[in-house]
Ligand binder design. Sequence first.
Ligand SMILES: Nc1nc2c(c(=O)[nH]1)N[C@H]1C(S)=C(S)[C@@H](COP(=O)(O)OP(=O)(O)OC[C@H]3O[C@@H](n4cnc5c(=O)[nH]c(N)nc54)[C@H](O)[C@@H]3O)O[C@H]1N2
Ligand SMILES: Nc1nc2c(c(=O)[nH]1)N[C@H]1C(S)=C(S)[C@@H](COP(=O)(O)OP(=O)(O)OC[C@H]3O[C@@H](n4cnc5c(=O)[nH]c(N)nc54)[C@H](O)[C@@H]3O)O[C@H]1N2
Ligand code: SF4
Ligand SMILES: [Mo]
Length: 781
Amino acid sequence: MTLQRIRGYCALCISHCGCISTVENGVLTKVEPDPDHPTGGNFCIKGKAAPELVNSPDRLLTPVKRTRPKGDPDPGWQAISWDEALSFTASRMKEAAKQFGPEAVAFSVTTSSGTAISDAMPWIYRLINGFGSPNAVSTAHVCNWHKDFATAFTFGADSGMPDFKRTGCLVLWGFNPTNCWLAQASAIAEAKKRGMKLIVIDPRQVGLAHKADQWLRVRQGTDGALALGIAGVMIERGWYDRDFISTWSNGPFLIRDDNGRHLVESDLKEGGRADNYVAWDGSAGRPVVCGRGPQHDASSHQLSLAGTFELDTLHGRTTCRPAFELYASLCRAYSPERTQQITGVPAEQIRLVAEMLYAHGPVAYYAWSGVGQSTNATQTSRAMCLLYALTGAIDAPGGNVYFARPKLSNVFGRNLIPVAQPAKTLGLMERPLGPAKSGWITTRELYRAILEEQPYPVKGLVAFGSSLLHSRPSPEEGVRALRKLDFYVHCDLFLTPMAAEADVVLPVSSAWEREGIADGFRVNQEADALLQLRTAVVPARGESRSDTWIVFELAQRLGLKDQFFDGNIDAGIESMLEPSRVTLETLRAHPEGIALPLSTEYRKYTQHGFATPTGRVEIYSQALHDIGQSALPDYVAPAASVEQHPEWQRHFPLRLTSAKWTYFCHSQFRNLPSLRDKMPDPLIEVHPDTARTRDIDEHDWVVIRTPQGAIRARARFNRTLEKDVVCAQYGWADQTDNAAGADGMSRNFSKLISNAFYDPISGSFPLRAYACQLERAAPSV
Ligand SMILES: Nc1nc2c(c(=O)[nH]1)N[C@H]1C(S)=C(S)[C@@H](COP(=O)(O)OP(=O)(O)OC[C@H]3O[C@@H](n4cnc5c(=O)[nH]c(N)nc54)[C@H](O)[C@@H]3O)O[C@H]1N2
Ligand SMILES: Nc1nc2c(c(=O)[nH]1)N[C@H]1C(S)=C(S)[C@@H](COP(=O)(O)OP(=O)(O)OC[C@H]3O[C@@H](n4cnc5c(=O)[nH]c(N)nc54)[C@H](O)[C@@H]3O)O[C@H]1N2
Ligand code: SF4
Ligand SMILES: [Mo]
């Protein structure tokens, strides 16, 4: 018997926990935590179930093609060779491109935070770009866009990572690391031991909310109002970093009342610059011109942050107010009492939290998908960023920082896409500063382009994982769209209900059967400086292949050989690694990874300013104003709530949200026995009082109804919920659901949500705040 123990990391979710895999006679039998890995020596039940995933009898082991018509409950899968499968895919792609343009072929890419697709992500996008399609359905708009891109409206960058080792007070906002990012959860536990304060903002008391100094039970989708309310107290009491706001934000810059734009030097004098801003010098009683970026002299603290000023411009007199004044007056409208009414968080607690943020800095925060899946998610992100800006802790020790990471070259190939193509990205016209700017489209635009051929037809889809029918709204529309496609090729480990709609399914190897590279592990500087290659610990099962291999093969058949290193994957990886100065050979010889000598540079903005139009933290976003959106994040109630639809109150008085559980990632892992045993059926959490008035007992099957649809789940009592809030699980996939006219008793959460509601900037969907009703299910269900 041969027994090997191989170091690597689990790639099943964002946590990328270091692990040791045991292989006996060529079979993966055990995966355990690696106590020496900088992710902290933790491991979850999903990672431990990896042998079940890898060795699952359900694995797809050959390429297959459909032999029966779409919509037939039995696709009649027939095994085909790789050559046939790849030739089919490439020729259909080429045909569609020739007839309708490459934009008629859309791609779908699953999440890199909840699957191991990160192994292949750069190459998949290189293929999409090289082929010339501007249309990739990503998860960004419901996943990371609001924390990684919407934050750029304020900071010019993503929200960074809490500097846990030095943080004085941490805010977890719509993020539950205990279930979703173990390495962060352990970093937080360590910091708590050292005395760090913890504030958790979540409608449910879950995970670290049990250990928090303050748990704010916010009503779903109202987080933006909460952020304004807390900021209002801090501004009123002077509990903010005035120096930072004056020097490093556009708070002092004057905004014209007449057009909502910055007053600029060229408004005041001929030959003045349009990128020089104007502030009011309170001591001298006159306007001063400030260049882009920071004001280096000592005068910045004399700049007025409040007041109204009348000025003569070249085109007449106008009144102006400092950006900060506009923000402060917005916040004043959210008194703690009014904020309590909107959010359900007691006014006293709002005051207390404002004080904690001032007294216990440096403050750091992490906000994720709990606040990213609402129709007001972008402005919620802005409201949180502005609140955070008041602390002055961005990029400062103990705040949200940007650890130094291994440098890799960007091989996503955005330079390969023909110049005319990005402008065609679906949804870009409607939401010019949203994810479409990066080539990411939503299912709403995809379905419309397929079904109505608007604004142009999409004819083909190539999917690298993803389960649009179970993790995005309006799945009935999705099924109709997928069936109308000329061709649909899906790459996956399993024949999922989503894959069941494809013409051809390509078998993908699991993360334990292929290599992957992690350029840093995020949670602290030491972790982020680790460059690690994960080796394949067992051979790929059957004829399954990595996504990277599939991409390189397709590229060759599409005439993209030159852009793909003549089909040599290793050459591609070498080129990606080049700036790190670590070779592929070295990485392969060191499965534990190479720790690079990198250190964190704090307050980098003091050298170059922030990467925003004004070069400063933008309290006021003229960029948003210029696309017809609010420059300040005023709160707007969620689109699918009774606040917006009073007519729903009678039939849908409850508020529905959803969340992730430890045992599964999205629609995955229901077929792994050790995990399914823990949770055989979908749950809906409900307050016992709410349940009892509906004659519902714990474990009963209930029907959840929204104006969009109905599904079933089992009741679980949760006394920590507000009485009108319920929280369901999503990702339960039924093959039979795809049948036209299914009876509505499906378990698929997505059926409750309509894609007619979306965030006007990002296109995010209301997966967290939707009017609903519960009733006991008929016993036969
Ligand atoms: N109601 C509700 N809906 C949500 C959310 C929520 O909180 N509530 N969360 C949203 C979020 S944050 C996200 S990111 C999305 C996720 O949405 P998706 O990205 O669609 O994720 P999954 O549903 O897990 O589908 C992943 C599919 O990819 C396959 N797969 C796994 N690993 C690989 C691989 O390495 N290669 C290939 N080719 N395939 C692979 C899996 O078998 C599975 O079929 O869901 C969103 N949907
Ligand atoms: N086990 C597991 N781990 C995962 C994943 C998985 O599917 N399963 N997916 C990975 C991915 S793709 C992602 S994006 C991350 C996401 O990780 P998280 O963002 O932590 O995911 P969730 O648990 O869906 O949401 C976090 C919390 O938001 C709360 N919440 C719901 N509605 C609201 C609201 O309106 N406001 C506020 N403030 N909170 C709200 C929920 O109660 C929940 O506790 O996890 C990654 N890790
Ligand atoms: S949290 Fe679990 S699934 Fe995620 S990387 Fe760690 S062990 Fe794997
Ligand atoms: Mo996600």
